[in-house]
Design a protein around this ligand. Structure first.
Ligand SMILES: [Zn+2]
Length: 267
């Protein structure tokens, strides 16, 4: 199990079955939008608990996929297959982000194509270490299991979708530089195939021989739902298939068995 998985414990909370759309209207998640909770509906400072209560009230009409507490707790409110109501208002959107520009041109609600993460705290708060470790692990998990690209084009702030009303979300206290450098440091970008190996596969790949044993990555990490339902995600290499199983266990796919059957080899 990698360090990233050891740090990550996602607790399901839900929203009382409301404040989200079932499915993604044929779209899939391509980006993470980071938020800070700031003030609650009553004007007091929001907490992980008050956020959960608000998402579960019919009148709130807001939700996010995840909330990360200052103490490192990670709560999930909306299934990743569903559309949370976190960042649906396009207001001077950052059109340098190709996926967001496409939302504008195709008139797609950005919630359809994003995974939203709320962070307990105000926009100027310095993020405590426990909260940072948890959100780093959550970002790594989403990169590995959903195939989100680990760059600033695909890991964005709410202010890039809703520029005026949410100019301070997630705000000056959000550790963009550290987060992006930690995500980059743990990944391997193959210069030949152009594919990246991200955590938790990156540690496994490195620790067990890397390029000379497994060959180059020939795909991104792919959600297990697309053909490998027993896995959270898989990634293809020239000489192997990595599989992420529940509990953070990485196994090699039975590609020898599969190839032998495919080619009807008698030997
Ligand atoms: Zn926000």
């Amino acid at each position: 199990m990698s360090q990233a998985d050891a740090d990550l414990k996602i607790v399901w909370k839900g929203t009382n079955g409301q404040n989200f759309w079932a499915g993604r209207d044929g779209e899939s998640a391509v980006a993470i939008v980071d938020h800070c909770m700031s003030k609650g509906a009553d004007g007091t400072r929001a907490t992980l608990e008050s956020c959960a209560n608000w998402f579960a009230k019919p009148k709130s009409e807001v939700s996010a996929h995840f909330g990360v507490g200052k103490d490192g707790r990670v709560w999930q409110f909306v299934d990743l297959r569903n559309t949370a109501w976190a960042n649906g208002i396009l207001e001077q959107p950052d059109l340098s982000l190709p996926w967001l520009a496409e939302c504008v041109s195709r008139k797609i609600n950005p919630n359809r194509r994003t995974i939203s993460i709320e962070h307990e705290g105000d926009s100027n708060d310095t993020m405590p270490e426990a909260q940072y470790r948890a959100t780093l692990a959550l970002h790594r998990f989403l990169i590995a299991t959903v195939g989100i690209k680990a760059d600033r084009q695909h890991i964005v702030g709410h202010y890039q979708v809703t520029a005026r009303q949410r100019a301070n979300c997630p705000g000056a206290g959000f550790p963009w530089a550290r987060l992006m450098s930690d995500l980059a440091a743990s990944s391997f970008q193959d210069p030949v195939t152009g594919f990246a190996v991200n955590e938790p596969f990156a540690s496994f790949w490195r620790d067990h021989g890397g390029l000379s044993v497994f060959g180059r990555p020939v795909s991104e990490a792919i959600s297990g739902e697309k053909g490998f339902p027993e896995c959270q995600s898989i990634q293809w290499f020239e000489r192997a298939r990595f599989e992420l199983h529940p509990g953070g266990v990485i196994m090699l796919g039975l590609v020898g068995n599969e190839a032998r059957k495919l080619f009807q080899m008698a030997i």
